[in-house]
Design a protein around this ligand. Structure first.
Ligand code: ATP
Length: 346
């Protein structure tokens, strides 16, 4: 039952001009799974190492339920970190690997054996206790690394790109396993990934970090519909950014005057909307119909991406393949941008 509070956490590596992590503040509720999401080099691993006690922060604090952990030794913090390359002990059996943390705590051997058996069942590898890690597949090694971390019932679990060495099928299975174990055990978890889809599927909340700075910390769906800026929207697959001016009710731009949902930001800014929210045909609400030319059609299997032009302004749409039957390149067509799906960023 651990609430994690990260307060203005900053790391400047010796000799560096800019911080690898700049003033990160996050509140993670008990039992919640938060994803630290960002491209390579943005400071994700640096953050995890400071929480785990493997790296000293330049400034800031990390608190577990109001107790600052920064002066505590790594082994006393109640944190366990699982790395992307598993780091199992090669000379020990799988069972000894899983039981290692309990042995260090001088737990009774019979109790260790019982709990190792339980953990191997939980990660669905009940029969592999006697093998050496080298005789396991990558996916199996990752499950064992997870079992070894969870057996000590940590207050906080840190997962550093745990799925990046697995193939697509195994990633999917491991995602489900991590989510169900984490929920069952109620462990507050921080998960590092550069994959926005993974973050969205797994996490209760996502913290997007770009160049050492946190851009946005929100429930996953908010990043799609209410991104704080263009860089954030682009990281989540946003394509449409149209410069213009908002008066709070309408947005004037080369697309013309479009009705905005109530509460929209006023002033100069950019209008953004998800490609999948562009609709073919006139606006039933009447306001936001545009005339577009079809420039390109890209078939994506279950969806189709359309490159359109409204006057000189490019617009991207993602639609149902049935919606474009009979359309040809160069055709003129009506589209609309439903008012509720528009968003102005400054
Ligand atoms: P990846 O997804 O590639 O693991 P990351 O987001 O985890 O990347 P970090 O490993 O935290 O990124 O690195 C953040 C920045 O700090 C990078 O610019 C990196 O080069 C730098 N950095 C990391 N470790 C050190 C170090 N020991 N000394 C100096 N600079 C470092």
């Amino acid at each position: 039952m651990t609430h994690v509070s990260i307060q203005s956490l900053t790391k400047v590596y010796p000799g560096a001009d800019t911080p690898a992590l700049d003033n990160l503040s996050l509140e993670i509720a008990t039992g919640e799974l938060t994803a630290l999401l960002g491209p390579s080099g943005c400071g994700k691993t640096t953050t995890m190492k400071m929480i785990a006690g493997l790296l000293e922060p330049t400034s800031g604090d990390v608190r577990f339920n109001d107790r600052s952990i920064l002066r505590e030794k790594p082994e006393n913090r109640g944190v366990v970190m699982v790395f992307q390359n598993y780091l199992l002990f090669p000379y020990m059996s799988v069972a000894d690997n899983v039981g290692f943390g309990l042995k260090m705590r001088k737990t009774d051997p019979a109790e260790i054996k019982r709990r190792v058996g339980e953990m191997l069942d939980l990660v669905k590898l009940p029969d592999l206790g006697d093998r050496k890690p080298s005789a396991l597949s990558g996916g199996q090694q990752q499950r064992i690394a997870l079992a070894r971390a969870l057996i000590v019932q940590p207050e906080v679990l840190l997962l550093d790109e745990p799925l990046s060495n697995l193939d697509a099928h195994l990633r999917f299975e491991m995602r489900d396993l991590i989510r169900s174990l984490q929920q069952e055990m109620g462990i507050t978890t921080i998960f590092v990934t550069h994959d926005q889809e993974e973050a969205v599927v797994l996490a209760d909340r996502v913290a997007l970090i770009l160049d050492g700075q946190m851009k946005q910390y929100d429930a996953a769906n908010v990043f799609y519909n209410r991104p704080v800026d263009e860089a954030t929207a682009r990281f989540f697959g946003g394509h449409n950014f149209i410069a213009g001016t908002s008066d709070g009710g309408t947005f004037s731009s080369p697309l013309g005057r479009l009705s905005l949902p109530s509460g929209a930001t006023k002033g100069a800014g950019k209008l953004t909307f998800r490609p999948e929210n562009v609709r073919i045909g006139p606006d039933p609400e009447g306001d936001n119909t545009l005339t577009a030319h079809l420039v390109d059609i890209i078939y994506l299997g279950t969806q189709t991406r359309l490159k359109l032009r409204v006057g000189d302004t490019p617009v991207e749409a993602v639609v149902n393949p049935n919606d474009v039957e009979g359309l040809n390149l160069g055709d003129q067509m009506q589209i609309h941008l439903p008012k509720a799906t528009l968003w102005v960023i400054s």
